[in-house]
Design a protein around this ligand. Sequence first.
Ligand code: FRU
Length: 497
Amino acid sequence: YTEEELYRPKFHFTPRQNWMNDPNGMFYLNGKYHLFFQHYPDSTVWGPMHWGHAISTDLVAWKEQPIALYPDEKGYVFSGSAVVDVNNTSGFASGTNPPVIAMFTYHDPKLEKEGKIDYQSQGIAFSLDEGKTWTKYSGNPVIKNPRIKDFRDPKVSWDPIHNQWVLVLAAGDESMFYKSNNLIDWEFLSYFGKDIGAHGGIWECPDFFSMSVEGTNEIKWILIQSLVSGGPNGGTGTQYFIGDFDGKTFTLDTAFKKELQDKKVMWIDYGRDNYAGVTWSNIPANDGRTLFLGWMSNWEYAEKVPTNKWRSSMTIVRALRLIKNDNHYSIVSQPIKEINNYISKSINKGDFNVEGETVLVRKPELDFSSLDIQFKIKNIKKDIYTFSFFNSFGDSLKFGINNKEKFFFLDRTKSGNLSFSVKFAPIVSIAPIKEEFINIDIEVLLDKTSIEIFYNNGKTVMTEIFFPQKPIEAFSVKSEKFNIEIEGMTINQLKFD
Ligand code: FRU
């Protein structure tokens, strides 16, 4: 197999070549979803950062575009965001097209080398042709460094409640909020995060937006905050907070705060490979979804994964929802429905009971490279339910539910090539089972080198990458003790190009 055949995902964005990390600047405009990304076009490892660019009309099939932003004498172009300035508050418009404003961090490698601490500041650039070409603002930086060493990743959004642009960025291991009327002049508002949440490493790539609680008119504010180490199963991870915002200060919801004080952390994803995720801006009101995507890797081994043409991919786009149960708010995420348009074959296994280890489907009945599997397990017992994707090489990727010790698990410790980094698969990843259930819905996306598992309609998500030595050829299920009762299992094969 060539590297392309064996490892290049089919429906997850990868750069044509060389290095990629965080998603940046995502916005929607005139039928197109834009995705920018941290990119080093000259190597498969991290280096002077550019913004790569890709466009999609359905959030599934992406077309890479020419590089959008290049590093310059002020530094590398680190992570950031973009908004469509519909009312031309910035004054950058020259015709009728609304300007698109990107805000990013300038990282000055010269100052860093000199041992200074003020080498990160915030700059902006604007585009008058829907993100195709960009002009950096001549007055950059628009936010100077206030003598904070890690000061980066501005995420701007329009705050419709207080009629202002609001900006969150990561500063050390806290978040900082700013406001503006014109996207150029920024006023500091407040800090958030001291002594609350996970602080196993510095904070990076925040996101901040309001959402209505599903099925109600109640509004809450969500802060998404990635951190570089101390994630749920090691390395990078992304936590979130739910609370209220008075236009100035973000205050945690009382019940949410209590859970955090009990040392719980709310993770967007419990797998090891979903980092620096943020949401799209300017999604039309008649769509109304909060669309999120992360970088499907982990800084502990990202530069070492065994692909040599390109390095790393993004997660599937997910729709986030805010739900409330017994006064407790949480974020759930599910893959966007657009992937259904790519189903080329459906194996409907319906309802069935199995005992012991049973192969559910194997090659050639199915091409295992791109799958979306959906089913429910009913009458869950105090048992261990293990699902496995495997090949004749002996590689297996296992996941499932340990309902005796109350956790979900994802096990890539025998999934193929692990030798590139001892940090890649030292342990089985787990996610605590927080709620009681008798039945559970599960959706699984497989795309050659990645698995994304959505338990309980997305209440718990686990995303990880893996590198089998030949393609996956079969899918099985196993329990230790009791019958497994499966309802409505559909195995969808997805086809692209
Ligand atoms: C997160 C990050 C950001 C930074 C970028 C640099 O992965 O470290 O904080 O802006 O990557 O590429």
